[in-house]
Design a protein around this ligand. Sequence first.
Ligand code: RB5
Length: 144
Amino acid sequence: MMKVAIGCDHGGFELKEQVVKHLADQGYELTDVGCNSLDSVDYPVYAKKVCDLVNNGDVELGILICGTGIGMSMAANKIKGIRAALLSDCFSAEKTREHNNANVMCLGGRVIGPELAFRIVDTFLTTPFSNAERHQRRVNMLEG
Ligand code: RB5
């Protein structure tokens, strides 16, 4: 089963716990890098942990959750090799895998509810990159 890393800060902790259960129930091999409580922590620390696992090939895809998802997406997209998408709908989840080959997705735990989050996560994890030449060319250009 696909290996996935997940991380959060205190703003994303409650949704992270729900997403972990949702994915574990489906058999995904999850690496949960924390955090593990509502105590205040710094989101860039957890973004780095998940992105390192993605870049090392330890997992195929990563999920990051903070209050808005914005801080996590900013932190993740600063890391070479990471293409992080902040998601709040299923269409974008599908397209960012097909077109951008996004390897990390970010959610706002204070923005969306768990049922929508589950659908977005499921879409992201099950949609392949299209491999079309134009999309690969554009993704290559992101690395500069
Ligand atoms: C924490 O209060 C909050 O700033 C953080 O979870 C996130 O929303 C940052 O982008």
